[in-house]
Design a protein around this ligand. Sequence first.
Ligand code: THU
Length: 130
Amino acid sequence: MNLTEAAKAVRENAYTPYSNFKVGAALISTSGKVHVGCNVENVAYPEGTCAEAGAIAAMVAAGDTQFTDITVIADSPVPVTPCGGCRQKMFEFASPDAKVTLASLSGETVTMAVADLLPGAFVKSQMDRA
Ligand code: THU
């Protein structure tokens, strides 16, 4: 199963009673394993988690800390774009040139690098004087 198919499949499991906006994410880690995640909402709205965060958490739980490719998919009019928090999460667990594919269910895709999604990322070296 490729990343688009995996993201589309896990999207079906998204728990979205509040937004009704299902998102799926699938990534491949440096050890070659595929990990998936979907958004999981909560009645206390800020407690919800994004699909990308779920896929990254699954990767870390399985013992990997870097991915090379991630695909995110939703039923959006244009390919879904990750929120700011997820951009920072992706930056933590991928090299700047890792590939991010944004997709819509209707088949449109946009591909970019992790670094393109988060210009001016907060990085560890900024804490060098701490
Ligand atoms: N959401 C994601 O899971 N990933 C994205 O890239 C964009 C937004 C979720 C969060 C929330 O459950 C719903 O979509 C609406 O914001």
